[in-house]
Design a protein around this ligand. Sequence first.
Ligand SMILES: CCCC(=O)Oc1ccc([N+](=O)[O-])cc1
Length: 281
Amino acid sequence: MSDQMKTISVAKSHGGVQGVYSHASDSCSCDMIFAVFVPPQAREKPCPVVWYLSGLTCTHANAMDKGEYRRMAAELGLIVVCPDTSPRGADIPDEKDNWQFGCGAGFYLDATPEPYAKNYRMYSYVTEELPALVAREFPADMARQAVFGHSMGGHGALTIALKNPGRFKSCSAFAPIVQPSTAGWSRPAFEKYLGADETSWRGYDATSLIEDGHRFPEFFVDQGTSDGFLNDGLRPWLLEAACAKAGIALTLRMQDGYDHSYFFISTFMEDHLRWHAQRLS
Ligand SMILES: CCCC(=O)Oc1ccc([N+](=O)[O-])cc1
C-alpha cells in the first residue's frame, strides 16, 4: 500500500529541493504527509539523512516553515526529513479539545489498547516504514542517519536513538520531555496509548530506558531558561542525572532567556546540524 508516494509540492531552495509528499501508511492505516529537503550534493552522491521529529500540535510543516534548516543542510550536504506527529483523518480516534493527546500528539510510540492500536503506531512509522520509503525514493545514504527533535519530538529522538543505537550516528534535542511517565503533562496520554500497566511505559520513556540498560554514546540538548514548560513537563535535570549515572555523555546547554518556540529552535538549528554533520562524516 505504501509503495505509491505522491508529490504535493517541490521548490528549489539553497540549490537543493524542499518537497512535501504523501503516501498511504500501513503502520498508521491512513494517508501520511512528510517533508524532505534534498541538498545539492545529492546530485553527485547519496547524502546522510537527519530525522527531525516535531512536538505536540505540529505537523511536517512547522520545522519546514520555521526551523531555518535549509541553508545549513545545503552547506553540509544533509537530507532533512520532517514526518508528521500522528495519524490524521476523519476516521482517526481523537479528542478534539485536547492538544496533549490524539491527532498532533502521537508521542512516537506504538499504542496497544483499542481504539488507538490501529492507527497510533508512530514508532513503527518513523523507525521502519518511513525510512524504507525514504531509502527507495530519495538519494539517501541510509548507513548514515541522525535523529533530533523538539519537545515531544525531542523525547522521540532520545527514545528512538536509545532503542536503535546501531542505526543512528548522533542524537540531539531542543527542549525535550525527558521523563513522560512521571509528568502530569504526559501521563494521561501514556495511559490511553499504552494501558494502565506502567511497566509497559518504560519502553517509551527516555530516563527509564537508560535505567533499564539502553545506551547511546552521547546526547546534545539545548533548553531555554524562559521555557514555560521547563519545571512541570520537561525537567532536563532528570536526563542529566540518568546520563551521569549511566556514563552517557550529555552536553546540556541552558540557553538564557529562550522560550519553547521556533524562535529558540531556529537560533540553535545551525549548532545541531553541525553536531550531526561531524558525526555523520
Ligand atoms: C510546539 C509545542 C511542542 C510540544 O511538544 O509542547 C510540549 C510542551 C510541554 C510539554 N510538557 O511539559 O511535557 C510537552 C510538550
